[in-house]
Write a protein that binds this ligand. Sequence first.
Ligand code: ADP
Ligand code: MG
Length: 640
Amino acid sequence: MPIYVLPDMVAAQIAAGEVVERPASVVKELLENALDAGATALAIDVHGSGRQLIRVRDNGQGIPTEEIELSLHRHATSKIRQIDDLAQLQTLGFRGEALYSISAVSRLTLTSRHRDEQVGARVVSEGGTILDARGIGVPAGTVVEVADLFFNVPARRKFLKSDATERRHITTLVMQYAMAYPDVRFQLTMDGREAFHTTGSGDLGEVVEAVMGIEIFHQMVEVTPMPPMRSDLPPIEVYGYTTIPDLDRANRSQIHLFINGRLISDQRLTYAVVQAYHTLLPAGRYPMAVIMLRLSPAEVDVNVHPTKAEVRFHAPDAVFTAVQRAVRRAVINQSGVPVVHKTSPGPSGSAPVSDEDVQKAQRLSALMSAGRTREAGQLDLDLDTFSPGRYSQQIAPDTNLEAQDEEDRFYPHYEAVTPPHLQQKANSVQSIDPTALPEGMGKPTRPRNLPLLRVIGQVGATYIVAEGPAGMYLIDQHAAHERILYEQFMAAFQSQQIAVQQVMETATIQLGAMQARLLDEYSEALAAIGFEVEEFGKNVYRIRSVPAILADRDPADVLLHLLQDAEAGKTPGAQAIEAKIIKRVCKAAAVKAGQILSHSEMQSLIHQLERCENPRTCPHGRPTLIHLSNTQLEKEFGRT
Ligand code: ADP
Ligand code: MG
């Protein structure tokens, strides 16, 4: 093809791709403009998950009538005049691209009255072409309406996710800006219903509480600024809220970072927050945090990417250390008695933690009562990150030895905890997958995928010792049970025969606004799996039913853990979401490490494991069993 200069319209649509990826990107740009205009109150109305209409109203200074058309032009900005101005940038915007890009891919109406003018103006544009511009009497401030987003870019429309996902992106974004600007009143409505609001009182804690939910907020400590470590370092103010080590997450998605009121994503700074918990959280677990940084605009380069979410620091190490120190001090000083986990030292490149901190952590560690600290070995195996001991009483290992004989003595404990699932399993198996029934029950049996195993006993109330033709087997009871339940549940799910249990007592959960969005997003998948959840009040939900295998678990607890898992924010296909939820359900339902099993329970468990399709790993990929062959045993004992 010969070279050809693209028409303006095509160029505009291509440029729009960089700034406007999805409805939430439009909301972001419009919010930033309103905040830059000094608004103290913002209303965001979203219809049809943002595809139909996004309207942002603000009470900021407004746009002078004679500039209103200009504001839709590319590189039209009132915020900088020359490149050096970036060093003193006090605004979120500066590229003059947002309105231009958004108008290129939507039907946009911009209505504004500058606070020093008597009359306002309105421009209407469609796909980047101005259709109408006229004077109009309106209150001071600006209203931007973006209708039919991507109406002229079908390819973009196709890449949008489900309505619920797009709504969640919008809510998350609005909540993040509300945290960054606690003195601005935000109101978000979706299809006419209020989804979130803040009062604009200026109290960051109040906004964080509204976003995270009261339960999480109560487990957060305030991060307050510290004087710089050395006088030659640039002043960096770090403040916000972060969770105490009792509370953690499986991913970093709940670490929110803001620089000078700008939401940013920065892996290194996220790592600084995580690093502040060194030795306080098990490996692979992360805190939740809202961290604000204030530093001179000359210290940050925000002109890295069109979305302005990435930044570069002139003194990155100083910023890293400032965040790490402030968070560390907050966690060490202000939390009650944090749970101190023994973990291996971090990577050699990790930021230094002062000796004093380490000693303090060690003292705390020594103070910890034995019961609250999980052993390092157990942590590594991650047998039970799901509230061990909360719904299952742990039994001291030395009472385990006679478990078989003393079954009666322990039965009351069992009744509350273990046998119901093991029985339940047998029951639900009947209704779910007849072929999975143990042998001798008159149904066709599935092929055995493990050698025939004979149970010998239990070690540490955690592992089952068994003998097979080829030697000795140690089976992780929790992992094995997870595998069994997972295969049964997946089979039931695929044949749409999941046994559901009504929840008798009213189980309600109060969620943070973010979690409520997730619940909204996953509601279909959850319903398919047996969770019937209905909205009861604002962000309060009632659980009406759960999958039957969870009958004796705390439904609220399981659901909360499910949502935490989902918080990763990744959006795999629908099937994958369901598989993920099923894995979590099975983890919750499976017999715990630390539960004594009777001989027959162990035999039944092994029996079912033998007939699993993949008996050797749990659904998360960890081994369910260790095999010591006869040859290995002989070698170990020096018989060969
Ligand atoms: P930028 O924010 O990078 O300057 P935009 O395309 O987002 O570029 O906006 C262009 C200009 O329009 C802004 O510089 C500002 O002068 C004006 N503007 C946009 N939105 C608003 C608003 N809500 N209130 C006042 N002025 C606005
Ligand atoms: Mg802007």
